[in-house]
Design a protein around this ligand. Structure first.
Ligand code: PSU
Ligand code: MN
Length: 313
C-alpha cells in the first residue's frame, strides 16, 4: 500500500496509484456487499470475479474498505478473503462510521455511501455495485433513509447498480434523488430496474444506450460545478432475472420478521438481504452474482470512456 498525498488517512494499492497517476480508468468496488451482502465463500469469490471483470474490460479495480484505521482503495486478495470469512462480524461502515474507524484504528466494510466518499478522495469517478440503499418502506414513520442517498447528493461519483431491491420504497427513493439533483440514468432502458427484476414499475430520468453517452453526462455534470453523484441503473440480464412473484413473497416475509423482531437502524438492510437470500433459496444468490458482474463490465466501459474525455497528462 502507498500512502496517498491526497489525504492523510488514505492508502492506495500500488496498481491503483499508478493507474490514477496516469489518468487510466479505475473502478471502485464496495466491501459491505462482501461482508454483509452475500454468504461465505460466494462473497469473496464474487469480489475476485468482479475485479477480474473490471480488468478484462480495460480498467483497474479498486475494492474499498477501512483496514486498521486506514482508508484503502485497492485490497489484496488476502484482505478480501479476510473480509469474506469474517462476514457480518466486520463493522458495516457508512458515512458516519468513517471518523470513528479512523480515530480508533478500526476495520470496516464500506457501504455505497462510504465507498463513494473514499473513491472521491482518491479521485476515482466510477463505482460498480449490486444495489444501492434507499428510502425504506414505512419511512414516513421510521425516518429510515439510507445515507447512500445523501452521499449520492454530495459526492462526485457515478454508481453503476441494478437499481435497488424492492425491500425499499422505490417510488420514494426516486423522489428523494430528484430533490437532491441526482440524475437517474437507465442503461439501455427507460425503466428503473429492481435488482432481481428488470422493471420496478417506475421510470428513470433519462435513458442512455452507451458508455460514451454516460461519460459525457458525468463530465457535463461536474464541469457545471454540480458536485453530486449519478445513478447508472443497469438491468439484470434477462436470462438471469427472477420473476417478480418468486421474490415478492420472500421480501414480504423478511419485512414482517424484521418488524416482529424490532430490527432497526443499520441492522435492517443486512437482515433483509440475508432473509431474502435464505427464503428465496440459491436462486437469488445466483442472480445477485450475475448482476454484480454485469455492472462491473458496464462500469469499466464507462471508466474507459470517461478517461478518454479527460485532458491527457
Ligand atoms: N442492497 C443490496 N445489497 C447490498 C446493500 C444494499 O441489494 O449489499 C448494502 C450496500 O452496501 C448499501 C448498504 O450501501 O447495504 C445500505 O445500507 P443502509 O440501508 O443501512 O444504508
Ligand atoms: Mn437505514
Amino acid at each position: 500500500m502507498t500512502a496517498s498525498r491526497l489525504n492523510p488517512h488514505l492508502d492506495l494499492h500500488p496498481e491503483v496509484a499508478a493507474a490514477l497517476a496516469a489518468g487510466a480508468p479505475v473502478v471502485a468496488l464496495e466491501s459491505t456487499i462482501v461482508s454483509h451482502g452475500m454468504p461465505w465463500p460466494q462473497n469473496a469469490e464474487t469480489a475476485l470475479a468482479v475485479q477480474a471483470e473490471v480488468r478484462a474490460h480495460g480498467a483497474v479495480p479498486a475494492t474499498i474498505a477501512v483496514i486498521d484505521g486506514r482508508l484503502q482503495a485497492g485490497l489484496s486478495d488476502a484482505q478480501i478473503e479476510r473480509l469474506g470469512r469474517a462476514g457480518a462480524a466486520t463493522v458495516k461502515a457508512s458515512r458516519r462510521d468513517l471518523p470513528v474507524l479512523v480515530a480508533q484504528r478500526g476495520t470496516g466494510a464500506t457501504t455505497v455511501a462510504a465507498t463513494m466518499i473514499i473513491a472521491a478522495l482518491a479521485g476515482i469517478r466510477v463505482f460498480a455495485t449490486g444495489g444501492i440503499g434507499g428510502v425504506h418502506r414505512g419511512a414516513a414513520t421510521s425516518f429510515d433513509i439510507s445515507a447512500d442517498l445523501q452521499a449520492l447528493a454530495r459526492t462526485a461519483v457515478a454508481v453503476v447498480c441494478a437499481g435497488a431491491k424492492s425491500i425499499l420504497d422505490l417510488g420514494l427513493t426516486l423522489e428523494y434523488l430528484e430533490t437532491h439533483g441526482v440524475p437517474v440514468i437507465g442503461h439501455q432502458t427507460d425503466r428503473l430496474p429492481a435488482f432481481f427484476s428488470r422493471d420496478s414499475g417506475f421510470g428513470v430520468d433519462v435513458r442512455l444506450d452507451s458508455a460514451a453517452e454516460i461519460a459525457a453526462v458525468m463530465r457535463a455534470q461536474w464541469t457545471l460545478g454540480l458536485d453530486g453523484g449519478l445513478v447508472v441503473a443497469n438491468p439484470i440480464p434477462a436470462e438471469f432475472a427472477l420473476p417478480r412473484e418468486a421474490i415478492d413473497g420472500a421480501i414480504a416475509q423478511a419485512l414482517a420478521e424484521a418488524a416482529l423482531q424490532g430490527i432497526i437502524g443499520k441492522a435492517i438492510t443486512p437482515f433483509l438481504l440475508d432473509r431474502v437470500n435464505q427464503l428465496s433459496g440459491g436462486l437469488s444468490l445466483a442472480a445477485n452474482i450475475q448482476l454484480v458482474r454485469h455492472n462491473a463490465r458496464l462500469a469499466a466501459a464507462v471508466a474507459v470512456a470517461y478517461a478518454g474525455l479527460q485532458p491527457k497528462r
